[in-house]
Design a protein around this ligand. Structure first.
Ligand code: APR
Ligand code: PHB
Length: 395
């Protein structure tokens, strides 16, 4: 194992792997240190909607072959209110933007395959990862792999180790500020090899709770229904799930749902979380290590991508132009975009879910909000520009 690298990246999720490829393309030496093995990281089931900026980054990094072939380009999205569906023409409202449905598992496979063929170094199964010297000139990362100690000196450490990682905890408590909302419900998700109900996504607000019709491909559907946080998956037979889903989607959409045996069913909690700052000394945070969004609007992976796009450019500027301007502005720039994505994900969650504390007033305000969305192109445009992804440098 080498003893020195320029950038040590903790975590081989989307944030860590996109950054590793960006740095490699700029000739910057990086080492990725990951706690689990490739199969574990690749097989985790996550969302699957890529903003245009994420698609463009995959192209720029030469990772888009399968994406161009298998990705489903969507120009619109749909909302069901009171059983009635309306469409938001995102392409028309944004001057041509689209999103692409392509599962995060596929993105990870492309990132790992290319890392292998390009020889990007990744330490798998690294336990006891420890960061030191982050406030000095030469940080170090130490770990243990198969009982053997590993260690690397570096210029910078990037914490891409997700919400439960060690990097954020390395920032002193008197520097770090965190902001959080925990939602009083979860999403019960199901995967099945049946054709999707529609060629686009459908978000439904129903008295009994939220439902979402999504997909992974033309033959694989992904459906979600809002559920209790302590919901036991074992209580949900496929039949019960399909019945509840169809009820919430309304007759018009339910008629297009193809039922079939599920091969994955799980409950995920919903949370909004932001840690500030995203840089301390020679440590940077990116992706879930710094922020979590509820899944409504599918911003999680896209936000990780926008963080590392900014950080990759800042590190390139440091090594190429000997300028630290990008590095010095990273936290503020990244957070400005993060908070807008937090706002959107929180808003989209708030107007589509049933909250246990809701009274008649809250419910009517929620319905008025969606009725306004149905009738106002201005409201639709606001949703559309956030959904397809705000520019990196938002005004
Ligand atoms: N040491 C090394 N690696 C670690 C450690 C640690 N102490 N702790 C966590 N990791 C690894 C995890 O095993 C995981 O592979 O860091 C990686 C973090 O990946 P993600 O949780 O996917 O986070 P991120 O890359 O920021 O992706 C953000 O993608 O997976 C989705 O829900 C996520 O939508 C979000 C987006
Ligand atoms: C998904 O397909 O998993 C998905 C799609 C859209 C969302 C959230 C999740 O808003």
């Amino acid at each position: 194992m080498r003893h020195r690298t320029q950038v040590a990246i903790i975590g081989a999720g989307p944030a860590g792997m996109f950054l590793a490829h960006m740095l490699a393309m700029e000739g910057i030496d990086a080492l990725v240190i990951e706690r689990r093995d490739r199969a574990y990281v690749e097989e985790r089931v996550r969302a699957g909607v890529l903003e245009q900026g994420t698609v463009e980054l995959m192209r720029r990094l030469g990772l888009s072959d399968r994406l161009e072939r298998d990705g489903l380009v969507h120009g619109g999205t749909n909302v069901v209110l009171d059983g009635r569906l309306f469409r938001i023409d995102m392409t028309a409202l944004t001057g041509g933007a689209t999103v692409t449905v392509y599962g995060q598992q596929e993105v990870m496979r492309d990132l790992f395959d290319a890392a292998e063929s390009r020889g990007l170094p990744i330490v798998w199964n690294a336990s006891d990862v420890a960061l030191s010297g982050l406030d000095g000139a030469q940080p170090q990362v130490a770990w243990r792999q198969d009982g053997v100690e590993g260690r690397v000196d570096c210029d910078f450490v990037v914490g891409c180790d997700g919400y439960h990682g060690v990097s954020r905890a390395a920032i002193p408590a008197d520097v770090l500020r965190t902001f959080e909302r925990v939602y009083p419900f979860g999403w019960l998700g199901l995967l099945a090899d049946v054709p999707p109900a529609d060629h686009e996504l459908i978000y439904a607000n129903h008295e009994r709770g939220f439902a979402l019709a999504s997909m992974r491909s033309r033959t694989r559907s992904r459906y979600y229904i809002q559920c209790a946080l302590d919901e036991d998956v074992a209580d949900w037979s496929d039949d019960r799930f399909w019945d509840e889903l169809c009820l919430r989607l309304g007759d018009e959409t339910a008629a297009k749902v193809t039922r079939g045996p599920s091969f994955e069913k799980s409950v995920a909690p919903l949370r909004s979380f932001v840690a500030e700052p995203m840089r301390w000394g020679r440590l940077f945070l990116a992706g879930d290590a710094a922020h979590i969004v509820p899944p409504t609007g599918a911003k999680g992976m896209n936000l990780a991508v926008s963080d590392v796009t900014m950080l990759g450019a800042a590190l390139t500027e440091h090594y190429r132009e000997r300028s630290d301007a990008g590095i010095d502005h990273y936290s503020a720039r990244a957070l400005a975009r993060v908070w807008k994505a937090e706002r959107f994900s929180w808003w989209f969650t708030s107007v589509t879910h049933r909250f246990p504390t809701m009274d008649g007033f809250d419910r009517r305000i929620q319905m008025a909000e969606l009725d306004y969305l149905r009738g106002s192109l201005a409201a639709q445009r606001t949703l559309a520009e956030n959904y397809v992804g705000l520019p990196l440098e938002a005004a």
